[in-house]
Design a protein around this ligand. Sequence first.
Ligand code: CA2
Length: 146
Amino acid sequence: MQILLAHGPNLNLLGERKPEIYGTTTLLDIEADVAAAANARGAAVLCYQTNHEGALIDALHHYRRVVDGVILNAGAWTHTSVALRDAIEAVQLPVVEVHLSNTHRREGFRHRSLIAGVCIGQVTGLGRDGYTAAANLLLDYLEARR
Ligand code: CA2
């Protein structure tokens, strides 16, 4: 089993600014957490981050034949991108949507996710731990489907 951990815009800067919202964890820490959780269950993790919307869509197209499922923090594109929603639907991979912060406790424009309806579930507001939860949820889902 192989899963993709994908991050959208500005998340490469995690740990550098806004610790009151996103904590002090870096993207490398999160990638290591997910790899450890998945490896413990015999699964491998591929990691990807981009600040370019089309590149994320290209990556989903590419990885659709490589991985069994995706953990995705699409950052701000969560709230804006019909193209990303269409791509998730098109690739027919199970995707778990993750957010570090509780988007529902923040500005109104973060309350709506355009991708939630094409993901198998959403983990929001649990910080770094949300990713380990997402990895286990995705692997549970994939194992149950086998
Ligand atoms: O809570 C999350 O994980 C978000 O996906 C983060 C996005 C935001 O647009 C979503 O509404 C919720 C923003 C990521 C910005 O990352 C930064 C990292 C370091 C410093 C500043 C921003």
